[in-house]
Design a protein around this ligand. Structure first.
Ligand SMILES: [Zn+2]
Length: 113
């Protein structure tokens, strides 16, 4: 399962950061997930449940913010959201589109004490 390995990485990052900041319990996590990662938010939530046995994550709420796939036209610099993998500029119809968003997966912030 793709989402489980993604969550393993997220959880490892949180463990390290919490240890560094002497945080014993994490209460809230905000994750930013680009649509191109193909990670399904429900599956990420489900994968996160696996780690809830750990004291650190017992009372943590996972919030997922989905980022759309975004492109920028190399011809006219128009920035837009790419839908249905149509890599064509809606402004000038150029296929010279640079991918600028949608591949990200990172922890925006987390709270705890
Ligand atoms: Zn264009």
């Amino acid at each position: 399962m793709h989402e489980l390995s993604l969550m393993e990485n997220v959880v490892a990052t949180l463990r390290a950061s919490a240890a560094e900041n002497r945080i014993k319990k994490i209460t809230r996590i905000q994750l930013v997930v680009g649509k191109l990662t193909m990670a399904v938010p429900e599956a990420l939530q489900f994968a996160f449940e696996v780690f809830k046995e750990e004291d650190l994550f017992k009372s943590a709420v996972l919030e997922i913010k989905e980022e759309p796939v975004r492109g920028e036209c190399k011809e006219c610099q128009h920035a837009f959201e790419i839908k249905d993998y149509e890599f064509l500029c809606p402004s000038c119809s150029s296929p010279q589109v640079k991918l600028v968003g949608g591949r990200e997966l990172y922890i925006d912030f987390y709270e705890g004490d």
